[in-house]
Design a protein around this ligand. Structure first.
Ligand SMILES: NC(=O)c1ccc[n+]([C@@H]2O[C@H](COP(=O)([O-])OP(=O)(O)OC[C@H]3O[C@@H](n4cnc5c(N)ncnc54)[C@H](O)[C@@H]3O)[C@@H](O)[C@H]2O)c1
Length: 319
């Protein structure tokens, strides 16, 4: 097998951790980079890194991707063949509160990664985009052929900007890049700011859960293992310049997911129904035809199994 050196940014994050682990399991050399910020409890980020420590092919550096000088040093020392950029300020609602965090990480940081890929002759960049670029799109399912010129949150606008800038770098400098529009990724070691995790925490503690738009929301919940399989395939294929949807191709009623959490915790939720939040979308649903054709992407985990796995992990992690 051809062992490659891969630099993963955001490696202490939910997806970055799982991706790093999956690459290390098959012998890749991985340099993980993360600024370990406190957008959510950094203890979870450190606990994920603990799981990666035993791998001798893993190195970690605490670097902010908006810090050009230190990022440059990491690139020149490690000489990655491929780079996966997952470091970003995530979250739709928080972009209303703290817009500059999105500019620094998602735009300045992303440009730094592109420039360093270009100058270090990196063979391919795989980067996280998001289903949020579809904004208020009402045509279902969401296809990569759809126009996405109307983002409804700053977060979405930065992700769309990433796609445009990566396209320019492919055109100008021949930098190979693949953007992955992830759809509501969930699973063990997941993100505490996301609804399924917040609900679990609050239901387990007997606290009230806020449910927006009176529960009238649908999400294409995508299990982490399926996301990792799709991302690994994108790394292998290394297309010249592509965008893919990585979703489950099933749009779940939010309230059905609340019921699954209740069943798995064996506890009833106390619900406070609230209006729609600014920046949020009512529904997401991925068209994965192109991903299936070009990446061989076929999600296999339905939400019943996925939520059960998540709650099993949550119970273990919190006791
Ligand atoms: N989880 C999802 O449902 C989802 C959906 C769509 C897109 N995405 C995107 O996928 C990527 C990974 O998401 P995740 O769910 O693992 O989120 P996460 O927040 O768990 O991981 C991101 C990691 O990047 C780090 N980071 C943030 N800014 C940084 C910076 N400037 N320099 C260095 N490190 C920085 C954070 O500390 C964090 O550990 C992100 O780009 C996110 O926008 C995620």
């Amino acid at each position: 097998m051809n062992i490659e050196r891969i630099l993963v940014t955001g490696s202490a994050g939910f997806i970055g951790f799982h991706l790093s682990k999956s690459l290390l399991d098959v012998g890749y050399e991985v340099l993980g980079i993360d600024n370990l910020n406190d957008y959510y409890d950094p203890k979870l980020k450190l606990a994920r890194l603990e799981q990666l420590k035993p791998y001798k092919n893993f190195k970690f550096e605490k670097i902010d991707i908006s810090d050009r000088e230190n990022l440059n040093k990491a690139f020149t020392d490690f000489k990655p063949q491929k780079v996966v950029n997952l470091a970003a300020q995530a979250g739709v609602r928080y972009s209303i509160e703290n817009p500059y965090a999105y500019m620094d990480s998602n735009l300045v940081g992303f440009l730094n990664v592109l420039e360093l890929c270009r100058h270090n002759k990196v063979e391919g960049l795989i980067y996280a985009s998001s289903s949020s670029v579809y904004g208020g799109n009402t045509k279902n399912p969401f296809s990569v052929e759809d126009r996405v010129d109307n983002p409804i949150s700053l977060y979405a606008a930065t992700k769309k900007a990433n796609e445009l800038i990566a396209n320019t770098y492919s055109h100008l400098y021949g930098l190979r890049s693949t953007g992955l529009r992830f759809f509501t990724v969930y699973g063990p070691w997941g993100r505490p700011d996301m609804a399924y995790y917040l609900f679990t925490e609050k239901i387990a503690n007997g606290e009230t859960i806020p449910v927006y738009n009176n529960g009238n929301m649908k999400r294409d919940f995508t299990y982490i293992d399926d996301i990792i399989a799709g991302t690994r395939s994108a790394i292998d294929k290394n297309y010249p310049c592509e965008i893919f949807n990585l979703g489950n191709h099933r749009s779940e009623e939010l309230m059905d997911v609340v019921h699954l959490i209740e069943e798995n915790l064996d506890k009833k939720a106390i619900i406070n129904f609230q209006p729609m939040q600014p920046g949020d979308v009512k529904e997401s649903f991925a068209d994965i035809e192109k991903s299936t054709k070009l990446l061989g992407y076929k999600p296999t985990t339905n939400v019943d199994i996925g939520i059960r796995n998540f709650i099993n992990w949550y119970n273990e992690y919190t006791t």
